[in-house]
Design a protein around this ligand. Structure first.
Ligand code: ZN
Ligand code: ZN
Length: 261
């Protein structure tokens, strides 16, 4: 996320060199980042975290459980600040709240990040939409929500039964179905917002499937198509690609870039 010359990163799943390149492409010097927020310790979220934090002296923010596990995993320390689930902290010019999610990690969280009167909510890697995350979405203009798998594609796909059960379980991942449930309830209760379907499985989903599923659900719910792809009623829905930065969200006055994860 970028605000003026201040920026922060949510997760650091890429290697340190690629992270640096992507950040510099957006006009930010890596050492200018105010912090890296970590959702949990799985490798696709932390690959570059410690080397980046050490090299550029950028603090990692996460729960004690996530940070302890990460430091033990890598056997190296880095600048950090503990942010317990439910806690709030200022990171540069951003206000950050961490919110509990349910995932098979030590103490995983999502985030609500605010800047001025703009707020965004972010949760991937969660088997359920927790009440804390729902609350974090109130008033947010951008909601990045996991849309990991198509339930049928997963059920009839190549994964072993134990892995299928893990993904479908309370501590697994949200399906396209679950993401659409959140979007529809948010749209009817809270009005306009932009949603990024995120953390798509390479095996059990495709961007097209996720988008088509949303279209089907939006039509069934009676939301009127605007004529623009993915936009139905008050909900602007886009799909974040898994292997490259793909989406940019701009507020009227400032840019918020959240495409690296
Ligand atoms: Zn993940
Ligand atoms: Zn995970």
């Amino acid at each position: 996320m970028i605000a003026g010359d201040d920026a922060l990163l949510v997760d650091a799943g890429l290697g340190v060199r690629r992270l640096r390149t992507e950040i510099e492409k957006r006009g930010i010097a890596p050492e200018r980042l105010s912090g890296i927020l970590l959702t949990h310790e799985h490798i696709d979220h932390v690959r570059g975290a410690i080397p980046f934090a050490r090299r550029y002296k950028v603090p990692l923010f996460s729960t004690a459980g996530t940070l302890e596990t990460l430091f033990a995993q890598e056997r190296r320390d880095a600048p950090y600040q503990i942010l317990p689930a439910g806690g709030e902290v200022g990171v540069g010019s951003f206000g950050v709240r961490s919110v509990s999610v349910t995932h098979d990690a030590v103490d995983p969280v999502g985030f609500r990040v605010s800047f001025g009167d703009t707020a965004l909510a972010y949760a991937t890697d969660t088997g359920t939409v927790t009440p804390e995350f729902r609350e974090a979405c109130v008033g947010a203009s951008l909601i990045a929500i996991e849309s990991n798998h198509d339930i049928h594609k997963l059920r009839f796909g190549p994964y072993p039964d134990s892995l299928k059960a893990r993904i479908l379980g309370r501590h697994g991942h949200l399906s396209n179905n679950a993401a659409c449930d959140l979007i529809l309830s948010h749209a009817s209760e809270q009005g306009p917002a932009c949603f990024w379907l995120s953390h798509l499985s390479e095996i059990n989903n495709t961007p097209r499937m996720a988008m088509n599923y949303w279209k089907k659900r939006a039509k069934a719910a009676g939301l009127l198509p605007s004529g623009k792809a993915g936009v139905f009623g008050p909900a602007v829905v886009e799909v974040a690609l898994r292997d490259q930065p793909s989406l940019v969200y701009r507020t009227r006055t400032r840019a918020v870039q959240l495409a690296l994860f």
